[in-house]
Every structure is written in C-alpha cells, then in structure tokens.
Design a protein around this ligand. Structure first.
Ligand code: 0X9
Ligand code: ZN
Length: 446
C-alpha cells in the first residue's frame, strides 16, 4: 500500500490547511486503490496542535479539519491509524470507515438496482444514487411536469470535456429578486446533487400557500451539476474510464503536467485567487488552476449570474451546496482576520436556516460559522465570489451537508432525510431573502 508523507506547514488555526497537497487521488486509477485504507476521525487536545500532528503523520488524504470542534477526518493506512491513536496531542481516534474500498463499493448501486427514467414515479429517483444522465433527465422532466413555473436551460456552457452544464429557473417576477442554488462543484460530494434535486421537486410540487407565493415572487435559479466531468469520473470504473469515487476536481488537463483537474472551489476571482489554502501544484486536490476563472465550468456560471440573470432579476442570496459536516458557512473563506460588513446579518440568516432544520422532521443540528474560522483559510472559493461579486455583498453561504462524521461515501438511505432538512432550510432562506429585499425596497422609496 502506498502511503504519502505529506509535507505540511505548522501554522495557526486559521492558516491554510496542512496536507492538501496530497496527490494520491491523482494517481488512483481504480476504486480498488482505496482497499485497506481507513477513514478516521481524530480529536485533538487543543486547536493549536492540529496542524503539527497532521504535518507529522503519513496521511493519504485529509477530508476535513474542523478547528472549532478540534477534529479532523483523514484517510490513512491501518498501521498509521494505530500510530496516530497514541500520538501526542491526539485525545481520541474513531474509525469511521474501516475499509474505504469496500465502503465505496457498498454505497454504489448494485447490478440489480433499476435505473430511473421518466416513466417511473419522481419519488423513486431518491431511492438510489443516480448517474449524470439520470440527474439531467430528472431535472428536465421536472420542468416538463411543471411548465408554468419551471424552465429547463439545457446548456449555460460546456465543461472541459464538452458536456452541457444545465440550469433550471423557477418562479419570480420580471425585475424582481432571485436566489441561486448550486451543487456538485466537487465531484465526490454526491449527496448534494440529490439534495438540490429533492429541493427542486418539493418546491415545484408544493401547494402550501406560503411556498407558492414565495416562489411567485422570488426567482430560484439552480445549477445542480456544476462539475459534470468530475461527477462522471467519480462513477468509474466503466468501459470508457477507470474512474475514482474520491475524485474532487474537474477533468481539465494541465499544461506541463500529467495530473488532471482544477479544484473548482479554488478557481474563483474573489480578489484573493491563489492565496492561502489553494495549491499551485496541478497534482493537488486543491489546485487553483492556471488563472482565476480559467475553467469553463466557473466561467459558465459567471456568465449566467453576472451577464444573463441581471438582465431580468437581482440576485440577493446564494447557496453553494457541498458535503460534509452539517455546517452552514458564512464568508469569508479567504481570511478569518476580516469580516464582511454585513457579517451579523449573514450569520442571522445562517442561524435561521439552522433553526428551520432543527424544526424540520429530521430535527438535525447544523452549526453556523465563518468558513475560514471553522475550516481554515482557503482562497478562490465560490462562496466569497458569490458574496462579493454575484450578490454584491448580499447573502452567500456554503452548506456542508451530511453526514456529520464519516465523509463522502454514505448509504442512499440518507438521500431523503438530507433532502427533507435542506428543503426546510431553502424555504426559510427564500422567505427571509424576500422579506429582507422588500424591506430594503421600502426603505429606499421612503
Ligand atoms: O474546502 C472547500 O472547498 C469546502 N469544503 S469541502 O470539504 N466541500 O471541500 C469549504 C469551502 C469554504 N469556503 C471557502 N474557503 N471560501
Ligand atoms: Zn466541496
């Protein structure tokens, strides 16, 4: 088994994450390459020791470092897990996935699982993980079934490998406010594509007067599959590719390197592109790309939100859906030293969404906090661009969805409950965005 020694800087809690230069993912050619690796949740004696301990460990990948809860989820060999258990500074170690290769296979549709097509009930879609083709077909079908309130846009631009990036628009008024929901910027975070599709379906099918009137007044724009090439790759192996379930980036080749892909959550022109927390190494999972907005996927979304949408509507709020950790993250992600001018307002909206989830049927607890404070600094993130550019310092969030612990592979039985709680947050968000927008309009006309 190949295990990397990851060079890391010993830095403060709000500095760049250590270990994000791991290139193991770049060398994986089959899901079997994950056989025998474990995912462990480490708890640290204090936040100050986290980067030092991780810097000295033989880590294959770092999935999450959470400074507030003093935890980290890392991929390691079994022997390294044993060593880490007794490392100074580590107060606890729990194995969350005993064999990552086996878990990957166990959480993919089996040979007997039926594909979804438009002749089957919409609800059946959420019984299983779905391929790119099924996701696109489902989205298109939603608009066919609800033509008065839904427009399917087959392509807002093409991906690096030439796939269409589709979008949906629902409701709203000419010259009125709009919100934006995006998922699957990171290929391996499968739960959030299902989540956003679930939200779209529930919004369209709802006959609750409060939801109907919210959708009438507030345009909802969705890009559920922001990284179609990466997602397709994460479904491998198949005839046309070896694939890797743990793939994160897009699939754009890099000049002068055999490593593929840019991290689409480090490529945005947030005013700090290529800063801390983003890597200049094309083999790294957090590679920021050759230039800000260099990627066809980020540019397609930029065109949609900066050129097309403003012709008819004003974008007031946006959520970029990711996994995992059950977190609602507020800007900034590029620094923890400066807060947005309307930080208190943004956090109040974040807290409102967390409360809506707590009051939803799942009663789950989501934590709210600054992205850089909770997870460490990372420049070039979509959330900071959505905040600064697309919403003009409005309301922008990154959701880190389920699970709380464990990671990117989870059973399909989590799809519906995650959808239920995320729908509750989305409805509350929409109503609050509308309320705040109307108040501002009223104040401006007085
Ligand atoms: O690191 C990321 O891109 C996000 N976490 S994930 O595990 N889904 O990859 C967090 C992004 C937080 N926002 C910024 N750093 N701007
Ligand atoms: Zn992500």
């Amino acid at each position: 088994m190949q295990v990397l020694v990851i060079a890391a800087l010993v830095v403060g809690a709000t500095e760049a994450l250590p270990g994000t230069d791991s290139d193991y993912n770049a060398r994986v050619t089959s899901n079997d390459d994950w056989n025998g690796f474990q995912v462990v949740a480490l708890t640290f004696e204090s936040a100050d020791v986290i980067n030092g301990v991780l810097g000295k460990a033989n880590l294959t990948d770092i999935w999450r470092v959470d400074h507030e809860s003093r935890t980290a989820h890392v991929v390691v060999s079994a022997s390294e897990a044993r060593r880490l258990r007794n490392s100074p500074g580590v107060s606890g170690l729990a194995v969350t996935i005993a064999d990552l290769g086996a878990a990957t296979k166990a959480t993919m549709p089996g040979p007997d699982s039926k594909k979804w097509d438009a002749s089957r009930p919409m609800a059946e879609f959420f019984e299983e993980w779905r391929t790119l083709e099924e996701i696109e077909l489902f989205s298109e079908t939603l608009c066919v079934l609800h033509p008065a309130r839904c427009t399917f846009i087959p392509s807002i631009g093409t991906s690096a490998e030439g796939r269409n990036i589709f979008a949906l628009q629902m409701g709203g008024q000419p010259d009125g406010p709009a919100v934006y929901h995006q998922s699957l910027l990171h290929a391996r975070e499968w739960i959030v594509a299902s989540t956003v599709l679930y939200i779209m379906k529930e919004l369209l099918e709802s006959d609750e007067p409060a939801v109907v009137s919210m959708l009438d007044d507030l345009k909802h724009v969705f890009v559920p599959m922001a990284n179609p090439d990466g997602y397709h790759w994460s479904w491998g192996p198949a005839e046309d590719r070896p694939g890797n379930r743990m793939w994160r980036k897009n699939r754009n080749p890099n000049d002068g390197s055999s490593c593929i892909g840019t991290d689409l959550n480090r490529n945005w022109e947030d005013g700090h592109w290529s800063g801390p927390g983003a890597s200049s190494n094309p083999c790294a999972d957090t590679y920021h790309g050759p230039a800000a907005m260099s990627e066809p996927e980020t540019r397609a979304i930029e065109r949609l939100l900066m050129d097309e949408l403003p012709q008819t509507n004003t974008l007031v709020g946006a959520i970029d859906w990711h996994s995992f950790g059950k977190l609602i993250l507020t800007p900034y992600g590029w620094t923890a030293q400066t807060l947005p001018p309307n930080d208190a307002e943004i956090r109040a909206v974040g807290n409102g969404m967390a409360q809506a989830i707590l009051e939803s049927p799942t009663e789950e607890i989501y934590r709210v906090g600054g992205a850089a404070e909770l997870l460490g600094v990372a420049a070039g993130g979509c959330d900071d661009w959505l905040y600064t550019n697309a919403t003009n310092e409005g309301y922008a969030f990154t959701f880190e969805s389920r699970p709380r612990s464990g990671g990117f592979v989870l059973p399909a039985s989590e799809i519906v409950p995650t959808g239920v709680e995320s729908y509750a947050a989305t409805v509350w968000f929409g109503q609050e965005m509308l309320r705040r927008h109307n108040e501002e309009v009223k104040a401006a006309t007085l």
